[in-house]
Design a binder for this molecule. Structure first.
Ligand code: HEC
Length: 91
């Protein structure tokens, strides 16, 4: 009986951790830029402050065209790019 309970307990706590880590959409972001960054960029770039030295045009081009191994984000509009940049600049 013990091993089964252990497996169930482990699975349950895994679910608890997963649900705590995911941010509910919409209401916990300080800005639109923060939300866009969280949804599109943070899975690869955990630390947005690393981009603070890059120029606006470089950032916009990287977002819309991608670079090397980074995919392009053609669906992110110019306004949204601006929101993301504002978020990166104000960290
Ligand atoms: C699938 C993973 C992935 C996602 C998602 C992603 N990036 Fe990247 N990004 C990369 C990789 C990999 C590089 C390094 C590119 C290289 O030199 O190969 C990179 C590089 C960059 C650079 C540096 C470019 C340079 O020339 O130095 C910037 C700025 C950047 N990403 C911004 C963003 C932003 C903003 C988003 C969200 C819109 C984003 N990235 C989403 C993978 C990703």
């Amino acid at each position: 009986m013990k091993p089964l309970l252990y497996v169930l307990g482990t699975a349950f706590s895994g679910v608890m951790i997963a649900s705590c880590a995911s941010v509910p959409p919409g209401d916990t972001y300080a800005s639109e830029g923060e939300r866009l960054y969280a949804e599109n960029c943070s899975r690869c770039h955990r630390q947005p402050e690393q981009f603070s030295t890059q120029g606006n045009e470089t950032l916009k081009r990287t977002i819309s065209k991608g670079t090397h191994k980074m995919p392009a984000f053609p669906d992110i509009t110019a306004e949204e790019q601006q929101e993301i940049i504002a978020y990166i600049r104000n960290l």
